[in-house]
Design a protein around this ligand. Sequence first.
Ligand SMILES: [Ca+2]
Ligand SMILES: [Ca+2]
Length: 182
Amino acid sequence: MTIGRKPATRAIVAFGAGLALMHGPASTPANAASSIVATHTITVPGMVKHMITVRLPMSRQDAEGYIYWGAKIKIDCYGEDVVSDPKLTNVPGTFKGVAERNRYFSGVPRPDPYPPGFGVLTATDEGVVLNTLDLYVKGGAGELNEDTGLGTLQDEIYCKATWIDADGYTLTDKTNLVTGYF
Ligand SMILES: [Ca+2]
Ligand SMILES: [Ca+2]
């Protein structure tokens, strides 16, 4: 707990939020987030469709509290290689040109053209859930086509999901490895 810093921040939020705060959660749920599970799928043909699911089991009330106070999930995806695994600079990549911002998901829905209902932290009876959906052109540079060269080289993709609550507490999980020709 960062007691010295947090109340000041919340006071400013409370001032701005006005009546809305009266119906909001009283504070960040203490230690309610204790585990995180991340998975993903990649499907071809047509566009390469990449979906990531991140779940943090907890009560709906705690999930609402965390999201209200600004919890985020950071997604980093990698191409598995022999020596080291390069981070995929344009994944997740719906907002071209601002790659670093693309990695963070919060309770604020992403603007058009991000598909509605995806890319936003949601409070459910099972806890916090994030589902992402990104479409890529097959063979795109810096995207899911992490191995390129003569012929068609198979790609091996995994992602890491990092939960960051408003107090800076983090949890990380690594997804399954997905292989294919992306
Ligand atoms: Ca590889
Ligand atoms: Ca490839």
